[in-house]
Design a protein around this ligand. Structure first.
Ligand SMILES: [Ca+2]
Length: 446
């Protein structure tokens, strides 16, 4: 027993012993508008998504090819150019067998489908394109095959982060429909809706979900046989997990159990990171983080925390959460106002971060371009909460922009994407590689 007590004491003391290493940033791409996704190509190059409608080619660090690989501007929903906007090109993923089949999957907001009620905003679309190996690399827009469409009542909370799992299926994060407090969306599917529950808890809408689809079919998508609601009776069959608000960040662990991690942007009080399990109910809008959520008074947690969803299923709490400064202005551990999801670190530069979750927060205050890099340390006890702290820049430097997205290369190293503007004003979108201060000797380092 004594040994066990000592072991427990050591486990409990671990967070105090862990001081995250200081990091530096190497500028790898500049002059973009709002870079949101990064995918390594064979041969050391990478594709970068720029939100207003471009897929760009990073030839090597510091050299972004001028001519886009793909221009999608004429397929997007109208954008608020020059201002804040959550719409545009949002996510990109290479097929697991890309080296042979050259298939690229892109998520973007398209104009509202004609079949949709006119007071809705846009349609989140996931399409496949072919990227021929011939140089110079270019995607023919005519190669588009639409795989999935989800209609959106509002302009915000689109999700649109996509990732292939080790199972070969495509996972798609979809936000709760937008506006705030997970309102029930305007009456498009009136008959199938249970009013008053919000979209996250409504299993008859794809809003507020993590989806899992089979794209190895000629058109559209198939339903993997082992999806939790594959028969489509109780729920739409694409649903893999639910109770999600705005999954901004979606990534599989390159190592260990290859689990899926997703950040979920909070409403007012709590920002969270989830490990996404098959069929899991992540609580929104019954809960925000570990607390009970009241859509009529989002600034105050409910006294009683709901434990289960409508069918008695347990609500799954986040692996990590931190305070939102909108609700906790004076608290030092309120790191910002909107979580930006990242990746489990599996690179070589920071052995101390192996298995930890590298992510960030968009900004400390609306309108001020000062985001924060964060690290969630994986606990020794898998049931314990991950501890969150800032991932500080050596020399006390600051990330000079909103932290809008993260990327990960084939070596497991992590990239952070920033925007010096609040939205779609061109010129201050940058992609940085997170490197050690010792490696930051080049002039390009931050
Ligand atoms: Ca949650």
């Amino acid at each position: 027993m004594l040994l066990r007590a000592i072991a427990l004491a050591l486990v409990c003391a671990t967070p105090l012993l862990q001081a995250a290493p200081k990091v530096a940033l190497e500028l790898v791409a500049d002059g973009l508008t709002s870079p949101l996704s990064f995918a390594s190509l064979p041969g050391g190059r990478a594709l970068i998504v720029d939100q207003p409608g471009y897929i760009r080619l990073l030839e090597k660090p510091g050299r972004l090819r001028e001519q886009p690989v793909l221009n999608l501007t004429n397929r997007l929903s109208a954008l608020n150019h020059g201002g804040f906007d959550e719409r545009g090109v949002l996510g990109l993923a290479l097929h697991p067998d890309f080296a042979r089949n050259r298939r690229v999957f892109i998520a973007y907001t398209a104009p509202r489908r004609e079949s949709v009620t006119t007071n809705w905003d846009c349609t989140l679309r996931v399409s496949e394109f072919l990227l021929p190996a011939a140089e110079p690399l270019a995607i023919d827009a005519a190669s588009e095959t639409i795989r999935l469409e989800v209609d959106k009542p509002y302009a915000n909370h689109n999700g649109g982060r996509i990732a292939f799992g080790p199972d070969g299926f495509l996972y798609v994060g979809v936000g709760d429909g937008g506006n705030g407090n997970d309102e029930d969306a305007p009456a498009m599917e009136e008959k199938s809706r249970r009013p008053g529950t919000g979209n996250g808890q409504n299993l008859k809408t794809l809003l507020g979900k993590i989806l899992r689809i089979d794209v190895n079919v000629p058109e559209g998508h198939g339903i993997p046989k082992d999806n939790p609601f594959a028969d489509g009776v109780k729920a739409l069959p694409e649903i893999w997990a639910y109770g999600i608000r705005n999954p901004w960040g979606l990534g599989f662990d390159l190592g260990a159990d290859h689990a899926l991690y997703s950040a979920d942007v909070g409403q007012t009080l709590w920002e969270e990171v989830n490990r996404i399990e098959r069929g899991g109910n992540y609580g929104w809008r019954l809960r925000e983080g570990f607390t009970g959520f009241n859509p009529k008074a989002p600034e105050k947690s409910l006294a009683e925390v709901p434990a289960t969803g409508a069918s008695g299923e347990p609500l799954i709490g986040p692996i990590a959460q931190y305070k939102n400064r909108n609700g906790f202005k004076k608290d030092a551990d309120a790191h910002g106002i909107s979580v930006t999801g990242g990746y489990i670190y599996r690179g070589k530069a920071f052995p101390a971060l192996e298995g930890d979750y590298v992510f960030g927060d968009w900004a400390r205050i609306w309108g001020v371009p000062a985001g924060t890099l964060l690290i969630a340390h994986r606990p020794t006890d898998p049931k314990a909460a991950w501890t969150v702290e800032p991932l500080e820049l050596a020399g006390g430097g600051k990330v000079g922009g909103y932290v809008i997205a993260f990327g990960q290369d084939a070596d497991g190293e992590v990239y952070v994407m920033t925007n010096g503007n609040i939205g779609l004003t061109p010129g201050k979108g940058r992609v940085w590689k997170i490197i050690t201060p010792a490696a930051a000797t080049q002039a390009s380092a931050y």
